[in-house]
Design a protein around this ligand. Sequence first.
Ligand SMILES: [Cu+2]
Length: 256
Amino acid sequence: MTRWSPVPAVAAVLLWVVLAGAAPAGLPPRLADYQSWTKMNARLMDDPSNPRAGPKNTFTNLGPETLRSLVAEGGRLRAAFPDGTIIARETLDVAAGFVRVLFVMERDRRAARTRGWKFSAFTRQAADQAFQEGAIPDPVARCLNCHLQMGATDLVFTPWLNRADLPSARTPSVPDRVEMFNYRFGPQTLRVRPGASVVFVNYDAVVHDVKAADRAFESGNIPVLGRFFHTFERAGTVDYFCAVHLEMRGRIIVEP
Ligand SMILES: [Cu+2]
C-alpha cells in the first residue's frame, strides 16, 4: 500500500524558492553575480514586428565611477576598457519570465585574434535549468566581425548612460534612446530632461539619417547598426526627420 508523503512536495517547493531567489545556476563564479553589477543600460524594444524585440539588460563589473570616467560628453569613449572588464548582456524571455540568453565580452589583451575581447555565450531553455556555455567555434565570424563596426567605442554597441543618475542594477529603466526600424523612429515622441544625451540606433538594413527640422543638427549617414548621439540642452520641442526617407519623422520634447 502506498501512502502519500508530503516530503517530496515540500522539497520541491523549497527547491523552487531557492532557484527563484538564487543567482542563475550554471554560470562560472566570475559571472555568477552579474545582476548586481553596474547596469550600463536597459533596452525595451517594444515593436512586436522587430525580430530583435524584447527586454535586454547590459551589466558591467566596472563601478559606475570608472564607467563614467571612460566616457566623454556625448557618450563617446575617452579611454579603452581596462583589462578585466566584463560586459554581460541578458535577454529575457518575457512570456516565460526568465533570462534565456547571456552574452559576455571580457577584456583580455592576450585575445589578439578577437581584438582584445573574449566572447562567450550561455543559454538555458527553462527557468529551472542551469545555464550552459555554448561553443563558439569561430568567434571572429560569429561575434567579432559584427562588433568590429563599433571601433569608436571599443567594439561595444550598448550606449551607456553618461549621467550622474546611472541607475542601480535593479532599477528598470529605459534610456534616452530612439530606434530606427521599419523606416520609423520609435518612440515617435520622446520626452527627455534638458542636457539629456539621446542615442539614435539604426536597426534597419539600410542607411538612415537624423536631421533637425530647424537644421540645428544633422547626423550624416548612420550605417546599419550604427548610432548617433545628440545632446539636447535647452527646453523645447525638436522635430526631426530622416534626410534619406523624408516620411520618417520624430519629435523630442525637452522639458525640465
Ligand atoms: Cu531613413
